[in-house]
Design a protein around this ligand. Sequence first.
Ligand code: EZ4
Ligand code: CO
Length: 402
Amino acid sequence: MRITDAKVIVTCPGRNFVTLKIVTEDGVSGVGDATLNGRELAVASYLTEHVAPALIGRDAARIEDTWQYLYKGAYWRRGPVTMSAIAAVDTALWDIKGKVAGLPVYQLLGGRSREGVTVYGHANADTVDDVLVEVARYADLGYKAVRVQTGVPGLDTTYGVSGDKLFYEPADAAIASEATWSTEAYLNSVPGVFARVREEFGPGLKLLHDVHHRLTPIEAARLGKSLEPHALTWIEDPVPAELQEGFRLIRQHTTTPIAVGEVFNTIWDCEQLVREQLIDYIRATVVHAGGITHLRRIFDLAGLYHVRTGSHGATDLSPVCMAAALHLDIAVPNFGLQEYMRHTPETDAVFPHGYRFEDGYLHPSEEPGLGVDIDEELAAQYPYRPAALPVNRLLDGTMHSW
Ligand code: EZ4
Ligand code: CO
């Protein structure tokens, strides 16, 4: 079954998304997410100029061979742009294979390992008092797990805190906005926040926190230690993960579990952290880590080392990525948690999908393939708008990781 068309669709129903739609000679189509927040057009161009022409005429059934062709065949390996483009092709081909087989993709991955995919939502507010209200809102919606982010006294803005509580989107300006940061103020405020939340909600609710790459290993060790009495499910991205041996230091000091990987692109980014058992959850995603084929490989490696999955699921990962993630989440033996930030009604209308939330769980679609589509006519009504992620500076003006 030959590929006859590979179309790149850029749309902005409130935020930008890049989607690849592959069509075969039999008229079967598949979709893949290629969105890279703040760098969307780089991936769109990579796909349009360098990938789509090579897909025409290829056998759509050859998913693994196509993956290897695009990975090894580019010569220039890895990196978020390349791997998001490969992910989009891979995801679309799994969608097509499911439709041809008449099966939801999770059945092709070995079938169900669980009844539903446990997800966590984002409670955020400037103050502790206000965040308690937000956590309660998620608990009332049935969530079993909640990520908690609050403002830091002394800082004007803080990562993870937004005006719109259900639909947080940090890429908020055409030219990157500037945030400020103080590690001292942050480390002084976070333990008290979790003491209050735990006191209010008891031991049953899973609590998580995203540090968003801002600390050094010894600072992260202090944070992890100070949070131990509040039994977090994880702290996320405590330090930037380029220097992975640094995580050994955190491990020596704290039993607070660690989750890393939302900016990882390949199994090679994950390998040391997993093999040395320096993390507890691997957060790589379908769209940024080479698609279903490659993420399955990462998850299998993680399983050997007691590392569970905890895939990124912010709003910049489109419903196409979320649909694909759920098929993997329901199938793999070492699933842990799935992040789930709700998309706006405008986004949901552009990407009609069959997955659904119920009582703290997401359920993948039972339709053949991924069970998600793109409404191209509606997508065309929302032209691309430049939007960058913020940058971050210390109070003295020094650039810091955002
Ligand atoms: O900052 O997806 O865990 N979630 C996150 C996100 C990321 C955005 C970047 O595009 O860290 O909020
Ligand atoms: Co994160």
